[in-house]
Design a binder for this molecule. Structure first.
Ligand SMILES: [Zn+2]
Length: 345
């Protein structure tokens, strides 16, 4: 790397623990930001500005106006254009740092594609909004010895923990089972403040920067829990948890999410009054053919990345990977009915 290309990182290289050596390692580092909503957009923004060489941004969703309050990479034009979050994020971040290779992927992370998305990165950072994907990432990370950073927020509260497989406890050590759907608060029920998102995502990004710059030894060994509205900060010592727990993943090597034994391909989306319907393996959708087929059925709009059909008080958004997000209902059966009626299987 030439001196000129390092100039933009001057202020962070002056931070002694990082230095020029750490910066050079960052440039060779590869990160997967899994989910690019509130947490993910802060994480991706931080990693790209810091000069991480390769950042893959995966997100399954498109932008809505009520995202802008906390999803800092996006603007009103992105919403008006109906952009998928991964694409909008990549477009913005390429303008910010052209030296970073940014790879947006518009898809749902499943047991079928997690290896392809994660095998060539050095760290996985959690920007998801659901435990199904987190447990899948955890299974993959522990099985393949890949560091990953868990983070979650709701209301004004958030928590984060860094997992170094084989060294620190994993998410399943901490939380043996994923909470059943409908039992935990969501952005819909408890709301979400942009402030806690910024705090938790910055901690996550900071942990990723330590790992990518060769400072895994300084990674936190604690579960950090922050309640921002009441100014409560708590760090829970989890250093013995791996030995003490009878972990399905670490101790018994049962990767039930990774094998597909656990997890569902269809899901009610957090805080969205929407349902995602996923196709069988390998299915793809020709948006051109579908546009022609839907002529006269309802109001159809489309861009390069998705097609949108407004019909029966719902909006069906169809992606080329075969997924459909049905907005306007949180009822899985109703969403499936609409999908069968207008999109077909
Ligand atoms: Zn474990």
């Amino acid at each position: 790397m030439s001196d000129k290309s390092l100039q933009r990182y001057d202020r962070q290289m002056r931070f002694a623990p990082l230095g020029e050596a750490g910066q050079t390692r960052l440039a060779q580092g590869r990160a997967l930001v899994c989910g690019c909503g509130a947490l993910g957009s802060v994480v991706a923004n931080t990693l790209v500005r810091a000069g991480v060489g390769f950042v893959r941004i995966v997100d399954r969703d498109f932008l809505e106006l009520n995202n802008l309050q906390r999803q800092v990479l996006f603007d009103e034009q992105d919403v008006a254009d109906g952009m998928p979050k991964a694409i909008a994020a990549a477009n913005k971040l390429r303008q910010i740092n052209s030296a970073v290779t940014i790879e947006p992927v518009v898809t749902d992370v499943t047991h079928r594609n997690v290896a392809a998305l994660a095998e060539d990165v050095d760290v996985i950072v959690d920007g998801t909004d659901n435990f199904a994907v987190r447990f899948l990432l955890n299974d993959y990370a522990v099985k393949h010895g890949k560091p990953w950073v868990y983070g979650g927020t709701i209301g004004a509260e958030g928590q984060t923990m860094t997992i170094l497989p084989g060294e620190t406890p994993c998410l399943a050590c901490l939380l043996p089972e994923a909470p059943p759907p409908g039992t935990t608060p969501t952005c819909d029920t408890a709301g979400i403040l942009g402030t806690i998102v910024g705090v938790i995502a910055s901690i996550e990004a900071n942990e990723a920067l330590k790992i990518l710059s060769g400072h895994s030894d300084t990674v936190s060994r604690k579960l950090t829990v922050i309640e921002l509205w009441d100014n409560r900060l708590r760090q829970v010592d989890v250093s013995r948890l791996r030995e003490q727990s009878n972990c399905r993943v670490c101790r018994h090597g049962q990767f039930d999410w990774l094998t597909g034994k656990l997890g569902s391909t269809s899901a009610v989306l957090c805080g969205r009054n929407a349902v995602q319907l996923s196709p069988p393996e390998g299915a793809a959708m020709s948006l051109d053919a579908l546009t022609a087929r839907l002529a006269g059925v309802g109001q159809v709009t489309r861009n390069q990345f998705l097609l949108r059909l407004s019909v029966d008080d719902c909006v069906l958004t169809v992606f080329p990977d075969g997924r459909t997000i049905v907005s306007g209902t949180d009822n899985l059966a109703a969403a499936r009915t609409l999908h069968a009626r207008y999109i077909g299987s």
